[in-house]
Design a protein around this ligand. Sequence first.
Ligand code: ATP
Ligand code: MG
Length: 510
Amino acid sequence: MATLAELARSHTDLDEPRLAHLQDLVSSWGLLADLSFADLLLFGRGGGPAADRLVLLGHVRPTTGTTLYRADLMGQVFEARRRPLVSEAFETGTTVRGTVNVGADRDVRVTAVPVVRDGQTVAVLARERIRPVDRSTSEQERTYVGVFDRFAAMIEGGEFPYRDEERLRHRTPRVGDGLLLVDADGRIEFASPNAVSSLHRLGMTRGVTGARFDDTGLGSAMLRSAFARRTAVIDELERTDDRSEVSLSVVSHCFPLLAQGVATGAIVLVRDVTELRRRDRQLVSKDTTIREIHHRVKNNLQTISSLLRLQARRLQGEEARSALGESVRRIGAISVVHETLAQSADDDVAFSEIVRPLVRVVEESVSSPLRPLAFTVDGDAGTVPGQVTTTLAVVLTELLQNAVDHAFPASSTAPDVGDPEPGSVRIELERRSDGLSVRVVDDGVGLPDGFDVAEATGLGLTIVRTFVEGELGGRISLRPVERGRGTVAEVRVPASRLVGPWGDSRDPTG
Ligand SMILES: Nc1ncnc2c1ncn2[C@@H]1O[C@H](COP(=O)(O)OP(=O)(O)OP(=O)(O)O)[C@@H](O)[C@H]1O
Ligand SMILES: [Mg+2]
């Protein structure tokens, strides 16, 4: 769908500052639609010879009322004479009101407001609403429509959207959250029921209407600043009740109402965000707890490694020593994963990030290289849930260790050849829609004759088989490299295991 900027560039000759003015208007016009209980349409006019064309640059529906238009109208082009009220607003630069008959018994009330910037009409904002059939309006409705009319006058007078208003990414309060109408002296003229409830929670027990805004507990600085700077001001107030120790959070957004540069009042939208803020705090503390736990696990693993190393030094038998040495390496692989988990904010890990550190763990275990080895990593594995990462890390370490231990035995390099070619160990990662494949490819001597993974009795491949088939529901294969030397060890993990507990694991291809 085309954006406001795209539509304006292709259909009108609005320059950047005017376009920015319309974008500012559109960024806060949900408020206007809610106040007017009506659809708002923003019309631009064709440039040059196309001046008899109107293009719909924007549309917003009210959350307080029903929409006239179910379909998406953005980008539609109209002949100017089909929208006479909008055209008249363009021509005269003043607000035009009227009724348009759109069917046997459907009269649409239209208010066409010129959007003026530096004395020039940039666009026309049309408020369109089915005429209510003898329905009496409530005080609230009359008040809101009255406030809308004041905003409309500001739009026509070039005073809205405000200049240099701070833009916020967070969801600011809406009309339905609570609205206060304040006069130029800071007295509350009107308060919606939700606003009254919020003020009661803030400790205001007296009647709200007629009270001074200063007495609401929302802070009078906000209102003064909005009046003085003639722009919207947003404030968040946190108050702790002394007796109950409950802390309350209220966001308020103050819009001054202006007439010829003078503030004649303001509306303040208020929203009780106590519950939201409490949840935010909980999430933050959960997050730090998880990190702290990973950190401690990592430290504990290091302690275990040191204990095993100490014990290995006291042993005499070579076999026993190397067995403990291997355990130290296996624990090292798990530590690497915990290091990564402790740093990342969520439970998912970009698996490629831990491959390099794992290679280092294996490289360190090669005590006296008979032949230099070159490790390379290809492809991307995408993100993988924390638990799967731990298991895969152990599996990958075993496969790397086997390549180091068995693919390049001493006898495979002639002692008198001098500088031998480095042996290559390539780790290939591939993420597809059906799962993840991790391959360790070496160019060594190849598997022994008659080798079968299912019957391998070494501890390494037993661990790999148990983890891959049991924990990951995946498959393992070891086969010779096609048309070449060496071995391919491949592990495949089905896609169903790669989705985190929240089902949001991201696929790098997606
Ligand atoms: N990349 C490889 N190149 C050649 N042979 C391999 C390769 N990977 C595995 N093998 C063969 O598979 C056998 C079984 O490996 P496994 O990891 O189960 O045991 P191990 O490495 O001998 O002992 P451990 O891993 O317990 O120290 C190895 O002894 C070796 O013969
Ligand atoms: Mg092994």
